[in-house]
Design a protein around this ligand. Sequence first.
Ligand code: AMP
Length: 419
Amino acid sequence: MTTVRYDLTRFSELGLAEPLLRAIGAEGYTTPTPIQAGAIPPLLTGRDVVGVAQTGTGKTAAFVLPMLQALSALPRRAAPGEPRALIVAPTRELAAQIGACVQSYGRFLHLSSTVIFGGVSAQPQLAALRRGPDIVIATPGRLLDHMGTGAVRLSGVIWAVLDEADQMLDLGFLPAIRRIMAKVPKARRTALFSATMPPPIRTLAQEFLHDPQEVSVTPAARPADLVTQSAIRVPAADKRAALVDILRGKTMTSAIVFTRTKHGADRVARHLAQEGLAAGAIHGNKSQSQRERTLRDFKNGAIAILVATDIAARGLDIEGVSHVINFELPNVPESYVHRIGRTARAGASGTAVSLCDDAERPLLRDIEKLIKRTLIDWPDEPNRRAPQPNERQKTAAPAGKSKSGSRRRRGSRPISRAA
Ligand code: AMP
């Protein structure tokens, strides 16, 4: 793998065709993000790319734009059930979001796409596949089902993307990905995106990509610099009260609260409702329509608080989230980085607060090791490095200044944190 730095600042310099530049303009994007500046040129010129980037960095456009350009240049369109491009993503929410990006970036091209995921009826998906979409965006399980029945064949695919590869591995999708990729012709362009680059992902990249160029915008497993992080030592029994205090704080406009379990998410959402704070929960036990409704309410500001488990929140692209609160610390330290990446998106700033009881101390230690920062100074651990003044108890950016003008959708209902 070679790593190259790009310093291109304008979309027109990246080599994108006019209909794509027009779509980008219509989206209101003026400048490519670093992952876009780094990944689009090699992908356009035929290199495979490994992109190390979190959600919120603009990574979706980084692979969708060159993919659309390549497909629009093809003389042959897709036959029924035989897409020309395949994007595999770990969750249905992420697949749906990528699908929406494909639609909007491709609005001036005559290409069609469809999104395939589990948990919903297969019939409309079968009908969509029969219409011969050029691009299929899918979660691994349901895609395999459709491959099994012959509803989709991958023999015409020339462009493949594995998005959030680290998450796919965490969710145990590696065998499924192998079975899927075995059916995609070798002569193809492949892009793999991942927030972190542990050794298993490198192995995966070597397995499926040909001499890829690595484009890395955030050092692996490092949270966005614009997130102000703090942690509060609080007994488990007092966590709910602490959470309510934070949510009633002045700088909070909207928050995602993370719990470790589905039942925990429900319990916290119920408690918040009793306290008069409008909250909705999303997790794997909710039906697709319940999840979609809750997400819609959260995105349009009808509810200011979303309570979620790690998997349910994976890849969610929601702007204007001022706070991420870890009601419970995650078991896997990388999840902490993923969680707090839900705030401070695309250049905005955000606040992450973790509520940590004594039993969670080992989990906190793992997180601190990963992010190379001290979040809580435990008095009975004298050998630990004292936290730096600018690492803790930082004042959150005032709500009004926390987002760059055009990206802010939510009213800045003043609520503030109490860390
Ligand atoms: P992603 O990392 O792909 O989930 O993108 C995060 C957010 O950034 C999305 O809401 C995109 O619409 C937005 N975005 C992507 N590229 C740009 C850009 N060049 N300028 C401004 N916003 C962008």
